[in-house]
Design a protein around this ligand. Structure first.
Ligand SMILES: [Zn+2]
Length: 240
């Protein structure tokens, strides 16, 4: 029996994840705006790996990705191709165009998607920006790591990142399902370094190569580096 929590990549959501959801039996997925729509293969893989009995689609106020949606719906230019193709389309025709209203619509929209992907007992949760920790100023990095039940602050500190407030965190099973998230981190968050974290036996160098070829990574001269770490996963609880 495992709970799945889908959260945004926003650095402030790392604190939200550790404080409100980490019970050792919750697997975390992080994607821009908590956009379940863009990660069908990750969801499929997790359904096979875990006995998922509950899903929470947790999104937040002050979301940079929803700012992109707001711009797209108003016909203003947005940050890039990946974002447009994966995020904005699902918000069209809902009769809502303001940023605040779109942010509040988002968790239910993602919950609907999650149910369509066959997830059970799905619950939408919205975290207003006022309830999040303050934004951290400084040079942010983006971190790519597989979905897991581990505390995100532990993963980050094992990778040498002491302050979780400085890291956008992308947790999908497949590199290509992380492209739109990384695009927002790079183009809107000004990220100059992407760290691919994985255990020694994971093929993180392949992911580093794949991410290095993304258009916005090349264009902005972003450094993509592999970061092998040693952290034990919690035991799996699938009973089959
Ligand atoms: Zn966000």
């Amino acid at each position: 029996m495992t709970r799945l929590v889908v959260l945004c990549i926003d650095p402030r959501e790392s604190v939200d994840a550790d404080e409100n959801y980490n019970d050792g039996n919750t697997v975390f997925v992080r994607v821009l705006a908590g956009n379940v729509n863009s990660i069908p293969r990750t969801i499929d893989a997790l359904k096979k790996e875990y006995d998922l009995t509950q899903t929470i689609t947790a999104t937040h106020g002050g979301c940079a990705a929803i700012a992109e949606v707001t711009d797209a719906l108003a016909g203003r230019p947005i940050c890039g191709f990946h974002v447009d193709s994966e995020l904005t389309s699902q918000f069209r025709g809902k009769g809502v165009t303001g940023r605040k209203e779109l942010e509040e619509l988002n968790p239910a929209l993602q919950a609907e998607r999650a149910a369509l992907l066959g997830l059970k007992n799905v619950k939408p949760v919205f975290m207003p920006e006022a309830n999040l920790v303050a934004k951290t100023e400084g040079h942010h990095v983006a971190v790519v790591v597989k979905p897991s039940t581990l505390e995100i602050s532990k993963i980050l500190s094992a990778a040498g990142i002491a302050n979780p407030g400085l890291a956008y965190v992308v947790q999908t099973q497949y590199a290509d399902e992380s492209a739109a998230s990384l695009e927002v981190a790079v183009r809107r968050g000004g990220v100059k370094q992407i760290m691919v974290i994985g255990r020694e036996n994971e093929k993180i160098n392949e992911e580093v190569r794949w991410i290095s070829e993304l258009d916005f990574v090349k264009e902005k001269g972003v450094k993509v580096i592999p970061k092998p770490i040693n952290l034990d996963a919690k035991p799996k609880s699938k009973s089959m």
